[in-house]
Ligand binder design. Sequence first.
Ligand code: SF4
Ligand code: SF4
Length: 320
Amino acid sequence: MTNILWLQGGACSGNTISFLNAEEPTVCDLITDFGMKVLWHPSLGMELGANLQKLLWDCISGKIPLDILVFEGTVINAPNGTGEWNRFADRPMKDWLSDLSKVAQFVVAVGDCATWGGIPAIAPNPSESEGLQFLKRQEGGFLGKDFRAKSGLPVINIPGCPAHPDWITQILVAIATGRISDITLDELHRPQTFFNTFTQTGCTRNVHFTYKATTSEFGQRKGCLFYDLGCRGPMTHSSCNRILWNRVSSKTRAGMPCLGCTEPEFPFFDLKPGTVFKTQTVMGVPKELPPGIKKTDYALLTVVAKNAAPPWAEEDIFTV
Ligand code: SF4
Ligand code: SF4
């Protein structure tokens, strides 16, 4: 039996909705096939008031072994570092977190807010939000750079806005079945199995990317979204086109640019008019290029690709 406790800080519940929609495996599979017990979850937990407080204190005292602590949402420190803006079960949530993370075998941060602060941590950050072990790309966060759970691992980060449902359930299964040591974490504590390739890996529009054929409107099935609509697929680490959403589609397959939601800098847009869903260019060259590509090489490549492009590069040739 693997005991899981799921708590929420400054959150929109998007990751909870994502989790409840998981398919491989489903949340029911976690319980029936993988021996997990959800001690409490904001949408599933039965305990309230004094009963909930007792459960949390029993975890802290060790009376109930806490195998996995999952956190969704930012750690709210406002006002003035007290955390009083986010009280839960009669204490600031950050105090529960501080105590529970010391007794948990594994701590898992789900979604951008819990991993690196997400949208709430954008300046001026009035809620004094931060992630569990990062604030944006800077290591540290609420628990500090040197934090290690009882298993010896740092916080396992599953970013995304929200995180893909199956990334969440598959990591929980890896922990529950003793396979987590097979999974390497990258420098941002993301499991490499999901984050060592780009959103572009597996994108059905790759052939259009190669020939510089563009998509000009959302939902259009032809072309690539990089040249006009600001797609961040080539520079975003995610498996969205390898492990499809609802096992059916992805943003780029549906004709919507990748927004880069698994990277600490998300959201990238400053929301000034003309910057959202618009590729920013200087002399016709995108300001941000796929990693490792030089601007001069890019310009040369563009000329060659456009000249070499067959007529069908402008056609709708893929299925979604
Ligand atoms: S749509 Fe985005 S992810 Fe797909 S090929 Fe174009 S740039 Fe890459
Ligand atoms: S396609 Fe991009 S923005 Fe969409 S979920 Fe995947 S990483 Fe996030």
